[in-house]
Design a protein around this ligand. Sequence first.
Ligand code: GLY
Ligand code: MN
Ligand code: MN
Length: 434
Amino acid sequence: MSNHKSARASRRPSITARSYQTRMSKFLGALKPNSVAIIVSNPERTRSNDTEYPYRQSSDILYLNGFPEPESALVFHKVSRKETKLVMFVRAKDAAREQWTGIRAGTEGAAAHFFAAEAHTVDKFEEVVGKLIASSDNVYYKFGRNPEFDKRFEKIWAEGQRNLLNPENILHGMRMFKNAAEVRMIEEAARISAEAHIAAAKRCRPGLKEYQLQATMEFIFTDNGAMAPAYTSIVANGPSGWVLHYISNQGGLKRGDMVLIDAACEYQGYAADITRTFPVNGKFTAEQAQVYQLVLDAQEAAINAAKPGATLRDVHETAQKVLSDGLAKLGISEEHIRAFFPHGTSHWLGLDVHDVGTNGTRSDKGKARKLAPGMVFTVEPGLYFAADDTRVPEKYRGIAVRIEDDVLVTEAGNRVLTSLVPKAIADIEAMMRR
Ligand code: GLY
Ligand code: MN
Ligand code: MN
């Protein structure tokens, strides 16, 4: 048994050194000659006094070389196509601090394990980067990512004398396209998250609390080596599902209600994002089945619309059309579609759950971008009827349904990465009977 487990553990997918090197050379290749590009770590966040929230590195650094520590920066120096190097700034080794907060790579570790041609302690940032900037024509830096580094950069940035460019225009363009190794990471996050959704559905019964299903799921995330939930888990009984980002999870699970669960893990930095809605007692009422089937029809139509050349706007409009037509059949005026389906159908997915797209995940430009193989996004239509909404026939009030899967665009169309979690009504009822 333990042998079996460790054999399985050793086959866990991970990003190889070669992938990091390929990404960094592609990034360097896209920089202008005579340039320096500075990518800074995420700040640490204090919870209280000397206690910090769990640290999560900037996804751009995770993408480029995987360096996990705070107070660090990657500085790419490009003189010409042939003359390039990575200079890293990292926390100094410090035994007294390391005993409290963990072992640090230090400058030697940065060079040995993170591809730095040159590594300095972070107190040298202004001095070393100042010199690099002075001898460069173009500087890539994005303000707003880390206030501490913004202050330090401002000290050495001679406004007007160099061209200030945004490195994210290059990096995020790269991050949008997932290669096979990255798809395997998202698939692993999806596999673990699917196991968690199935376990929650099987455990679900009236009388439990929402947080008990959250606990079941997050146990499975951690037990499978996922770093953390990819976002705060949502477990919403009945009308609470109307609150799109309901995260308190303190309510009870009630017979006759459905429960909406939007939860998934992050594996090696990569997120899954899955929502399922099912009846607490395992059997849909007629009204629940009507609303649920309508959302499922919208979701499946939207997934079918996701193929190379289409856009996320097309995917959204497809879902919206099915929902609008369906509302009319339920006796609900379709003019209220925006009230009952108040969010977009899709967002990009990757190292961030709301991942980078063209000029921002939620921007129109991002939604208008033509889909192409390697892009990954969610498809998550929903219908949300508040318990007291008189625009809705009484029998449907308090019903909230969202169904969310993760989709990879392929040459032939698309592949759903989260298909392990049942979503057809009969399959959900069969799973919950067991
Ligand atoms: N879990 C957040 C979302 O679905 O966008
Ligand atoms: Mn989502
Ligand atoms: Mn979600």
